[in-house]
Design a protein around this ligand. Structure first.
Ligand SMILES: NC(=O)N[C@H]1NC(=O)NC1=O
Length: 181
């Protein structure tokens, strides 16, 4: 899809197509639609990241809470969004041994109890070992720092989903440049 096609979308169509670039947060797409015409895909991404950055911390935490756990209950019930399903599968999280699943579940629970939102990482840019390592390491972050860190991961996920929609280039979009951490 090129940018002129995006700019000609009604808000209903725009939300239909871009409503899940931030997981289960169609409000983000519905908001940035007002900023058309976009000059490029990066322009859309900037509008989205500016919107997220402008939220109070409680709003940022709300965005985080819309994300499913990695290898969690939604995955087990087949209730993930197609995007999340593909991302978690890419990282090998849909094929865990029972002991691995129990280990990640225990860490996810510990993380959520500590920070009040789920552990979030861009699964397409990681694999099982790095996800586990990050989960361990980030548990010891200060809450304010971890909120920033988790939002950075949301932006990375958003970046890849946006490029996926614009490029129709298959499951992996790692060739594009992700936001800097
Ligand atoms: N919890 C979490 O990180 N979930 C997300 N990560 C990702 O790449 N896709 C998701 O749904």
């Amino acid at each position: 899809m090129d940018i002129s096609a995006v700019n000609s979308l009604s808000y209903e169509e725009f939300v239909e197509i871009f409503g899940n670039v931030v997981e289960k947060c169609p409000l983000v797409a519905a908001t940035v639609w007002s900023q058309r015409p976009f000059s490029s895909i990066s322009d859309i991404e900037t509008a989205i990241t500016d919107f997220i950055d402008g939220l109070p911390n409680a709003g940022k935490e709300g965005i985080l809470r819309c994300h499913p756990d990695l290898a969690g209950w939604d995955l087990q019930r087949g209730m993930l969004t197609p995007e999340s399903q593909a991302e978690q599968s890419h990282a090998g999280l849909t094929q865990l041994e029972p002991a691995e699943a129990a280990h990640i579940s225990a860490l996810n629970t510990q993380y959520k109890q500590h920070f009040g939102f789920p552990f979030i990482i861009c699964a397409r840019m990681n694999d099982k070992p790095t996800i586990l390592l990050q989960l361990h390491q980030r548990l010891s972050n200060k809450p304010a720092h971890e909120l920033v860190r988790a939002i950075q991961e949301v932006k990375r996920i958003c970046h890849l989903r946006l490029h996926g929609l614009m490029c129709h280039s298959g499951p992996s979009h790692l060739n594009s440049t992700p936001p800097k951490l």
